[in-house]
Design a binder for this molecule. Sequence first.
Ligand SMILES: [Zn+2]
Length: 269
Amino acid sequence: MVGAALVGCQLWDQAGSLGAVIRPTTALGVAATTAAVAGWAAPALLRARVLRTAICPKLAGIGQLGHIALTFDDGPDPEGTPAVLDALDQLGWRATFFMLGAQVTRHPDVAAAVVAAGHEAAVHGFSHRNHLTRGPADVHRDVADAASAVLGATGARPNWFRPPYGVLTLASLRAARRVGLRPVLWTAWGRDWEAHNPARVADTVASHLRPGGTVLLHDSDCTARVTDSWRSTVQALPRLAALVDQWGCTVGPLRDHLARRPSPTDPAP
Ligand SMILES: [Zn+2]
C-alpha cells in the first residue's frame, strides 16, 4: 500500500490531474492505478476520530493532560470573529484560529485583530474545497497561498494546518510539510454549523472531549448550514468552561498544547 501510494504521488506530480493518470490499458494497470489512488487517499481515513485518536494522537490534537486546546475554523468573519474574541476575552482564554486565505484576503483587519488579541493564527487552506477533489500542485498552491495571506495580514508565521472537512490526502501532507506547517485535526467538535442550539453544541463537545483534547468550533458561518451559526458557538463557550473547570484544566491555543518542534536555532541538548 505504501509503495503504491508513493507511485501514486509521483504520477500525480507528473500528470497534475487524475484524468491524466487513469488511463490503464491492462488488468495490471487497473490494479496498480487502483492501489495508487487508494494509497493517495488513505490519509483521508484519519478523518474518523476513533482511528486517528488511536494511531495518530498528535494529529488528533491530544496534548498535555491538564490542558484543552481550543480551535476555530473558517474565519476570519467580520461579525463572528469579533463576537468570539469578546467571549474568549471574558473567559480569559486564548485559542488557535484556522483561517481561510479567501476570508483573510476579504477581512485582513479582522485576521490582524485575532493575533493582536493574543490568539494564534493557523492555516485552513485558501478555499474550502475537499482535497480529495484536487491535484497535488493545486493543493500545494492553495496551502502556500493561504499561509502567505495569514502571514501578510497578521505578521505572524503560522505553524499549524487543518484541511477543509478534516480530509487529508498524501498531497495535503506533502504540501503542509513543504510550507512548514504541522497538520492537526481535533478530538471533539460541536457541529456548530448545523443549527442554532448552544446547549447541543456544548453537549456534543462534552460527549467526546477529555483532558488533553482539542476542540473544533467555528467563528464564521461561511460554510455553515445556518446563517450566524457563530451565535450558538459564542453561547456554548460558558457551558464548555463549566465542563473544563470540573477537570481543573486550562484552556489555550495549540502552541501551548502540543510539544513544539525543535528549531535549528535551539541550543544543543
Ligand atoms: Zn472548515
